[in-house]
Write a new protein. Sequence first.
Length: 464
Amino acid sequence: MDLPWAEPYRIKTIEPIYRPSRVEREAWIKAAQYNLFNLRSEQVYIDLLTDSGTGAMSSAQWSEIMLGDESYAGASSYYKLKDAIERILGFPFFLPTHQGRAAENVLFSAMIGVGDAGQGKVVPGNSHFDTTKGHIEFRHAKAIDCTIDEAFDTELDHPFKGNIDLAKLEAVYKKYPRQAIPLCVLTITCNSSGGQPVSMANIKAVAALSRQYHIPLFFDSARFAENAYFIKTRETGYSDKTIKQIVREMFSYADGVTMSSKKDGIVNIGGFIAFRDQELFRQCCTFNIMFEGFITYGGMAGRDMGALSVGLDEATEFDYLEARVGQVAYLGRKLTDSGIVVQRPYGGHAIFVDARKFLPQVPKEQFIAQTLGIELYREGGVRGVEIGTLLADRDPETHQERYPALELLRLAIPRRTYTNSHMDYIAAALANVKERAGGIRKGFVIKWEAPIMRHFTVELSPAP
Ligand SMILES: *Cc1c(COP(=O)(O)O)cnc(C)c1O
């Protein structure tokens, strides 16, 4: 018999978590105005709000915390990180930043420009992440989504739903002059389409096309290691390669990367930009000094740079990724077995529950995915996050509600943090909600909302 995967680590330190009673959960979610972001973490039993900065560090990473060199310039921790980025990703130049969006801010200041310098410019890519899109639009440029159409059908099984449609990309390259396209951003894995990977063949083709049109190609690489795992396990020709070989090949096609280290860096905070071109690196240095900090710390403590240098190594080991992606799929299969419709194939960092199929009787005006998130908290103290109408927000011009194609409840799994018993518990809680789903006919209405980014602070009440 083939032995199954199991975690390539054991637990040395534990963090107790409290399992609130039903009476407490009811009182707390009401006091939180039915907004899951308003709950205190102590009121949550299993927290699947995000996989960002919530992973567990290893003993080797904690050792680096003690070894951290906090010198302002030229700290040894900086050089440890520089060496790791050069060795694992293959980039000779890098700048630390305090997190991923800061890397975007610095890079785009140099490549798109500052103020409204982005007017008339476009940045094509595969479903840009919110902060990426935010930093593009903040400069009055436009993000153009060139993801393949298959990505938008939740039940369709396609191994690489993060792929770019080359015809869509070439249409953008043909329509706009070279100066109007400062860069193309390829997000690996594609967070916004459900943690779906991009194939090596697609990466190669996007790079070739971009080179042909002289457009720089950058990777938004928060989950690059999970992407490499999917290439190894799904794409022909890669099964015998190590994750580190695949990672080196992936990045060999990029001019540079932005990174949120809170994901596949397995640290609690941090980010960076890496470059091949010294001239662009130099331009970014100025913005880094203004926005982040001196070029050898960029908003990160030395100890965190040290921990990140180790995290990059650990995240690019096959056994770790097999357990990581395996745990996400384990939860996905459990839910599928209970007849719950989730996005297929299972992503690298999260399971997305199709809330419209789960609660068909809740009207779309009453926030279906949010309603499911509240019911899951009520049932078991589990916190997910709504990816639906609340997040989609109103149209900035007409102020009408925008109803997205999908109402999803995202269950993001922190790295190395929960056990499969926790996954069993989550699946049981959701199955219990499913059993009484026929009786859930009403959702929620807005009591108060902010003019933008309302989902973080919105206050709701049960629909009358
Ligand atoms: C998280 C994330 C970012 C932003 O990074 P932060 O560290 O949260 O600022 C950018 N792109 C992707 C794909 C992400 O997942």
